[in-house]
Ligand binder design. Structure first.
Ligand SMILES: *Cc1c(COP(=O)(O)O)cnc(C)c1O
Length: 406
């Protein structure tokens, strides 16, 4: 395994030209696009234009003249094909956390008599926290956290919704969306899939899986920028029967009718709450447009190839325990390795310009974004990791200093 081989693979990569569409510093190997995606070059200009021309000159007229009001639907429709949804089934709104709350509450209300949410222990914290918060309003709810091997048997006729993160944020293990959705349906429950680590990185086909509900992040593989608004999906067949618990005016059938009585908009629009964040939507639209310009099969193939290459190099050069599935078909686009001193090891890597992240208590996590990562990136990352471990460079005191965000 040589650098020349990595470079040969890059030269044969049909997506290689996308890297120059991002403002990535040359001195950095960025393997954290699963936490915060990189900045597309066009985004800065788009934001400047949205601020100066649309806001500065257009002022309030821009809700109509620049069609700000349609942005949540427009960008949702652009995300739809990336996750196997139809136009009108996806809308951009709020955060993933808030969308999870809205859809959990909607699913529970639509299954009267059923009070159980099934999820797994160790699911992404916000998913579990939002379910716990819902229980404050509805103390009758039971949050049943069961290990993934037992989910099947936990699906009884009391279950209203199965809430799972499709690709696990730590291990990258991927659930069988088709199989579990079918099992949930047999039990009469909805499925709510969190696609935060899936959208733009792995094959997601919500409609082929007959999925009911989904949420996901705009700022990870979709490159929408820090705190980008999130998306949510409600299958068309459910839209008329499901109701958001956050009945803000933007989800009203006629927001500018200013009636006292709430009446939900028909279709996916009812899952809006307040005024859409136009600057955030503009940045997200650039990220999504860029991804839509890429061949999706090539994207998925490259995601698997990069992470597999990383595993191969790690195993030959610095064998650390692999926490992610070895079989690329069973995982997302990131790889986690275990190291007792994972935090200082990651700090030492970051100081050398290799940016991944640390997930407590002992995981080194490396995300591979097929639009802008290269095989050479992977080569350099494993080289630096090998070096740091060989000489024990991570033992220096400064690497032990903990920051608020890891
Ligand atoms: C990143 C992530 C989130 C983030 O939710 P926010 O509301 O945007 O903070 C939610 N779920 C999963 C699985 C994630 O990985």
């Amino acid at each position: 395994m040589t650098l020349a081989e990595a470079q040969r693979r890059d030269a044969a990569d049909p997506l290689r030209h996308f890297r120059t569409a991002f403002a990535l510093p040359d001195s950095i190997v960025y393997l954290d696009g699963n936490s915060l995606g990189a900045l597309p070059n066009r985004t800065a200009a788009r934001l400047a234009d949205t601020a100066a021309r649309e806001w500065g000159d257009g002022l309030v007229r821009s809700w109509n003249s620049n069609d700000w009001i349609a942005a949540p639907r427009r960008v949702g429709d652009k995300i739809a094909p990336l996750i196997g949804a139809q136009p009108g089934e996806v809308i951009v709104a709020d955060s993933t956390s808030v969308n999870t709350y809205k859809l959990l509450a909607a699913a529970l209300a639509a299954r009267p008599g059923r009070t159980v949410i099934v999820s797994e222990p160790g699911n992404f914290p916000t998913d579990v926290y939002m379910a716990q918060g819902l229980k404050l309003l509805r103390p009758d709810i039971e949050l049943r956290l069961v290990p993934r091997a037992d989910i099947d048997s936990a699906l009884d006729d009391n279950v209203a919704v199965l809430l799972l993160t499709h690709v696990h944020y730590k291990t990258a293990e991927m659930f069988d969306m088709v199989g579990l959705t079918a099992k949930a349906h047999t039990a009469g429950a909805f499925t709510l899939w969190d696609l935060s680590h899936s959208a733009g990185a792995v094959c997601v086909d919500l409609n082929a899986a007959n999925a009911d509900l989904a949420v996901g992040c705009g700022y990870k593989y979709l490159n929408g920028g820090p705190g980008a608004p999130a998306f949510l999906f409600v299958a068309e067949r459910h839209q008329a029967a499901l109701h958001s618990p956050l009945t803000g005016w933007m989800g009203h059938a006629a927001p500018f009718g200013f009636a006292d009585a709430y009446a939900p908009a028909p279709g996916i629009d009812r899952f809006l709450c307040g005024t859409p964040p136009i600057l955030g939507l503009a940045a997200l639209e650039e990220g999504v447009d860029l991804m839509r310009g890429a061949d999706f099969d090539a994207l998925l193939t490259k995601s698997r190839a990069l992470s597999s290459y990383f595993i191969d190099l790690v195993e030959t050069r610095c064998p650390l325990p692999l926490v992610s599935p070895r079989d690329a078909a069973e995982r997302g686009s990131h790889i986690s390795l275990r190291h007792e001193h994972g935090y200082p090891v990651m700090q030492a890597l970051i100081e050398r310009g290799i940016i991944g992240d640390f997930r407590a208590p002992d995981l080194l996590r490396f995300g591979f974004a097929p639009l802008y990562n290269s095989f050479e990136d992977v080569w350099h990352a494993v080289g630096a990791l090998t070096d740091i471990l060989d000489v024990g460079a991570w033992r220096e005191d400064r690497y032990a200093v903990r920051t608020r965000v890891t």
